[in-house]
Design a protein around this ligand. Structure first.
Ligand SMILES: [Ca+2]
Length: 252
């Protein structure tokens, strides 16, 4: 391996880690506090568990059982970062990692982050979802939407509020860091640190306690549904950050 290639690979890997770190370290606004509700670097490389590196204990299980099954995403290797062995998970439309329902995954305001790579997942495919109302919508979700791009949304129990759409150009086969943020007033979407479009107004409360299911999924939506809602592509890392306001609500 030549020196340049090795260096550039390491730089890319450091940039990846730095992008997540910067996003995670964004200062809280006003009287809010931010808690890391889940951080899954997905570097295990084998087995049935995705460990949560936050202190929230939201460990995930691959597929629908603790044994190998058809809903397990596939571990793939990524270039090493110095001596750190790195991996990611490959999803092909009906695979998932499931984290059981937990209060830490149900904050007033929520930010989701992921490193994703795909050449075209299709429409209504989920990178993440929390809870499920039939096959309609989650409490919050990061998905490709009707146009096959990428959107973040929250549900208030009556209506779904969507962020701007990143568009299908995101799915160019390269890794991208995506972030969806809801602060109680607006929904924002970022790709590789740049905000997509305008913030979408949504002065609502996220509705939790969905009747169909309340677990959190990486790579899919709690189904089964008539049409597949699972992501088609790779997820390198993911995180959920909860924003908790010490006052009555976030809508101040
Ligand atoms: Ca399994």
């Amino acid at each position: 391996m030549n020196r340049f290639r090795r260096t550039s690979t390491s730089v890319a890997a450091v940039a990846t880690a730095a992008a997540l770190a910067v996003a995670l370290a964004a200062p809280p606004a006003g009287a809010r506090t931010d808690d890391l509700a889940g951080l899954w670097l997905l570097n295990e490389g084998s087995g049935q568990v995705a460990n949560d590196l936050s202190f929230s204990g939201n460990r995930g299980q691959l597929g629908s059982t603790s044994s190998a099954d058809a809903h397990d995403p596939e571990w793939i290797s990524l270039p090493r970062l110095l001596f750190l062995k790195r991996a990611a998970l490959r999803f092909s439309g009906s695979q998932s990692v499931r984290m059981p329902d937990a209060p830490s995954l149900e904050p007033d305001g929520v930010t989701v982050l992921a490193r994703v790579r795909s050449t075209g997942p299709g429409a209504f495919r989920y990178v993440m979802s929390k809870g499920a109302f039939q096959c309609e919508n989650a409490s919050y979700g990061l998905y490709t939407g009707g146009d096959g791009g990428l959107r973040f949304y929250v549900s208030d129990g009556t209506q779904v509020h969507l962020s701007a759409d990143a568009g299908t150009g995101l799915w160019d086969g390269a890794w991208h860091t995506v972030r969806g943020a809801f602060d109680g007033q607006q929904l924002r979407l970022y790709v590789d640190g740049a905000q997509v479009g305008e913030p979408a107004p949504a002065a609502v409360d996220v509705y939790y306690g969905m009747p169909t299911g309340d677990d959190f999924y990486l790579g899919d939506y709690a189904g089964p549904c008539a049409t597949p809602l699972g992501f088609v592509g790779d997820i390198d890392a993911a995180a959920v950050i909860g924003h908790y306001d010490s006052d009555a609500g976030l809508a101040q």
